[in-house]
Design a binder for this molecule. Structure first.
Ligand SMILES: Nc1nc2c(ncn2[C@@H]2O[C@H](COP(=O)(O)OP(=O)(O)OP(=O)(O)O)[C@@H](O)[C@H]2O)c(=O)[nH]1
Ligand SMILES: [Mg+2]
Length: 302
């Protein structure tokens, strides 16, 4: 290699995996300094693999955010876990993110999966202990000790994705282990997600935040209309639920909940698209869609 620009430049793929709700998407957004993955206080928010690209002077890191690894109860869950497993193989580094607790059954299952999917140990695995803003130093040391006995992690890094603590160390360590390589994406690209998908996710995020019980999980969003006019974009979306009774809950008394979902989603979408948006939402029933392969495919879970 004689090209002075690419000499010494490093690049590679890094996946962020772990149990649901540990803070994977929060970490991705924090690294990119931009919100490309939706975040809620509920487990099983992320349903697809999401690419986020971080380019610095010395390296380009292609991050893959993944759905939380859990025991699936319907086909949507099976799809989600498959997405996560696919992101473990064929990457340079796996970031295994955990809650600031000693490892339990769920975490041990993920470690088994790492052993199964990475038999030759070519892939580096970092343990990221997240949410350290919630615990004391002494607790942290205990957690680190317990995890050390379970797996040969290349690095163990305590972080707070929410507060931004330790993120610089994560980036530095990643770059240390990455091979020399080219830029896979132009400098100004931070994700390869389509605008339509990001808009549907922003709507889903607001629904997940504003509903309870099984409703957040029973919802899918599909963009059905997108008209770019001179000074505004008109977007129409269907919100699918699994049962008639859930429809009324989403709409709310006098349509109040749906209105609120629309207002909050529109604010985010306008920020994303950098233009005024008119958002129309409809709620429809697709019975048991989470268990129906044809509908899952139609909704992009394939
Ligand atoms: N206190 C604290 N909360 C955090 C931290 N990082 C994430 N959270 C919170 O944890 C919750 C889950 O965050 P997400 O980023 O959606 O977690 P995830 O791992 O992507 O979850 P799934 O997509 O469901 O697998 C949200 O309420 C976040 O605000 C942290 O460092 N400290
Ligand atoms: Mg997530």
């Amino acid at each position: 290699m004689t090209d002075s620009v690419s000499k010494g430049f490093r690049s590679g793929y890094v996946s962020i995996i772990g149990r649901p709700n540990v803070g994977k998407s929060t970490l991705l957004n924090s690294i990119l300094g931009d919100k490309i993955a939706i975040v809620t206080k509920r487990p099983q928010t992320t349903r697809n693999r999401i690419i986020g690209v971080k380019t610095t002077e010395e390296a380009q890191i292609v991050f893959i955010d993944t759905p939380g690894i859990h025991r699936p109860r319907e086909r949507l869950g099976e799809y989600m876990v498959k997405e996560a497993k696919a992101a473990i193989k064929e990457v340079d580094i796996v970031l295994f993110m955990v809650e600031p607790h000693p490892p339990g059954t769920g975490e041990k299952k993920v470690i088994e999966l790492l052993r199964e999917l990475l038999p030759k140990e070519e892939t580096k695995v970092f343990l990221l202990i997240n949410k350290i803003d919630l615990i004391k130093k002494a607790e942290l040391l205990l957690i680190i000790d317990e995890y050390k006995d379970l797996y040969e992690f290349q690095e163990i890094i305590p972080i707070s994705a929410l507060k931004g603590d330790g993120i610089d160390i994560v980036l530095r360590k990643i770059i240390e282990y990455l091979p020399e390589g080219p830029k896979y994406y132009p400098d100004d690209i931070i994700t390869d997600q389509l605008e339509r998908f990001m808009v549907s996710e922003m709507i889903r995020e607001k629904i997940m935040a504003l509903t309870e019980d099984e409703i957040p999980y029973s919802v899918a969003v599909e963009i059905i209309n997108w008209e770019e006019k001179s000074d505004i974009i008109v977007i129409g979306a269907n919100i699918y639920v699994e049962k008639e009774s859930q429809k009324g809950i989403i709409i709310g008394k006098k349509g109040n909940r749906l209105k609120k979902i629309g207002i909050l989603a529109r604010e985010d979408i306008e920020r994303l698209l950098n233009t005024k948006v008119y958002l129309e939402l409809w709620v429809k029933v697709k019975e048991d869609w989470r268990d129906r392969p044809g509908i899952l495919r139609e909704l992009g879970y394939r």
